[in-house]
Design a protein around this ligand. Structure first.
Ligand code: NOJ
Length: 516
């Protein structure tokens, strides 16, 4: 595994909304390059960019029309190559978003595959033999698209109906039109995706976040064939691009890390109970203190034990598919949430704007965003027009911005001691300086009781032992700990104290304390 992951803190960028360098109302790649110092100053040293390739943008770019061409609205391939170069010069790394499961209907492969005459792309997607045949009842297929082709048949889709599923085969073949995973058609698709990865890795990209990674092989209930497919992809990378880094949108680390991914996300779906922490009626990190983190820890511990040494489980502050954390927590509560996120094992991911507590807005759908749209609004940089995002007229912006008089912005928070931005920066610094808090440091849960506060866990690396204590509740709490608390590496809202083996934890506080 690439050494830099040990101390990686990622920053996720939704390119549409980060920084508009040419005044057309939408973010772009040179805009990202221009803001690298901001990201570094915050303490993040790696980026994940949502898809930035040619696309009709029916799903914000997750409907790719050409995997090897940057969408003109974001710039050129050379701009992206320059971003890689500039990032590397600052000791940073860049992951692109690989969408291997489906394309847009505008992709050349799809257009070819619609033709009546057989050609090398006829089997690139999952087509039935006749237009009224039902393709949608198989595991891993979201629906079908029919009536759009010269050839007879309907085609499987993966997500929205204009995202036809690429053909990686079926684990169990039950119909004549289904291909096996080792059929020439399925293997050709696999090779095509390896070629896409090679194209960008050759140009300086450091790896990929992989969209819907667990869904490639159809009719594969336990994902065993999808796991084998990714093991093959990983073997290819290990041979040709040993430094490439792969993080999966899978949400089941026991499967994805076995499949060969270096990292998997904690997500809003899957068995993680991640939503219990920040995004539910009574989130654990709310000051009201009515949350429960127990189910999360139980699931986390199980996955951690199953995957320990095989890769990383990545905690995220949010992403472009979730409601903003700020919808559920205020900035003071978010500080404690960040103390947790930035002291867990794995590589943490900060979603752009979460570091200043950007709000979830209530907006009509844009580019297939639906309820996700309000978490994708343009970054609020400063107090100037369009919050410094763009020089375009406000009604030309990709999405409207937070109209509130107290809308947070980065410049104000950078200047203000005690702001959320400053706290995130401080936490990032402590993490970078403390091996026990980093990716591979061990974790042992010391105090985690159902419906109780605080949460305490021990992080260890070599002889370094750091006890993390987070108490989001607005009340003092106590727990039994027989080790001796030493020097505090970080405290927020007071330090815990210890007497006769009982640790007393101040209300709404977080602390990282060295222990023997
Ligand atoms: C997951 C992506 O994160 C999401 O934004 C997208 O809509 C779907 N996959 C389909 O690609």
């Amino acid at each position: 595994m690439s050494q830099w992951l040990e101390d990686a803190i990622f920053y996720e960028i939704y390119p549409q909304s980060f920084y508009d360098s040419n005044g057309d109302g939408i973010g772009d790649i040179p805009g990202i390059t221009a803001k690298l110092d901001y990201i570094r100053e915050l303490g993040c040293n790696a980026l994940w960019l949502n898809p930035c390739f040619l696309s009709p943008f029916g799903d914000a770019g997750y409907d790719v029309a050409d995997y090897c061409l940057v969408a003109p609205r974001y710039g050129t391939n050379d701009d992206l190559i320059e971003l890689f170069r500039a990032a590397h010069a600052k000791g940073m790394h860049v992951l692109l978003d690989l969408v291997p499961g489906h394309t847009s209907v505008e992709h050349r492969w799809f257009k070819e595959s619609c033709k009546a005459e057989k050609n090398p792309y006829s089997g690139r997607y999952i087509w039935t033999n006749a237009v009224w045949d039902d393709v949608a009842r198989y595991e891993g297929i979201a629906g079908s698209l029919r009536g759009i082709s010269e050839r007879d048949g309907s085609v499987a889709v993966n997500f929205f109906s204009m995202q036809p599923a690429l053909n990686y085969g079926f684990a169990t073949v039950t119909e004549p039109w289904q291909c096996a995973v080792d059929s020439p058609e399925a293997l050709a698709t696999r090779q095509a995706m390896k070629d896409v990865m090679a194209f960008w890795l050759d140009r300086g990209c450091d790896g990929f976040r992989v969209d819907m990674a667990g869904s490639l092989v159809k009719n594969d209930p336990g994902n065993e064939q999808t796991i084998r497919l990714w093991q093959d992809m990983r073997a290819y990378l290990d041979e040709h691009y040993p430094d490439a880094v792969m993080v999966s949108e899978w949400g089941e680390a026991d499967k994805s890390l076995r499949a060969g991914f270096h990292m998997d996300f904690l997500l809003h779906f899957g068995p993680s109970h991640y939503m219990d922490l920040f995004r539910c009626e009574h989130p654990y990190f709310s000051r009201e203190g009515k949350g429960d983190i127990h189910a999360f820890v139980k699931a986390y511990r199980k996955n951690y034990e199953l995957t320990s040494g095989k890769g990383l489980i990545c905690p995220v502050s949010g992403n472009h598919d979730m409601q903003r954390m700020r919808k559920y927590l205020d900035p003071e509560e978010m500080k404690i949430a960040f103390a947790f996120l930035l002291s867990m094992p794995g590589a943490p991911f900060i979603y752009y704007g979460d570091e200043i507590g950007m709000r979830q807005l209530d907006l009509p759908s844009k580019e297939g965003g639906y309820e996700r749209t309000g978490a994708r609004t343009p970054m609020q940089w400063d107090g100037s027009g369009n919050a410094g995002f763009s020089t375009a007229e406000a009604d030309k912006l990709y999405l409207p911005q937070d109209p509130a008089a107290d809308a947070p912005d980065a410049a104000a928070q950078q200047a203000q001691e005690g702001s959320l931005w400053r706290e995130v920066q401080k936490l990032n610094r402590v993490r970078h300086a403390t091996p026990a808090l980093q990716a591979h440091g061990g974790i042992e849960f010391v105090y985690c009781q159902e419906d109780e506060y605080p949460l305490a866990y021990l992080r260890t690396a070599g002889s370094q032992r750091v006890l993390v204590i987070v108490n989001p509740a607005a009340r003092e709490t106590k727990f039994l700990y027989d080790g001796k608390l030493g020097k505090a590496l970080y405290t927020l809202n007071g330090a815990p104290s210890q007497a006769h083996g009982i640790v007393t934890v101040p209300a709404a506080s977080a602390a990282f304390v060295e222990v023997e």
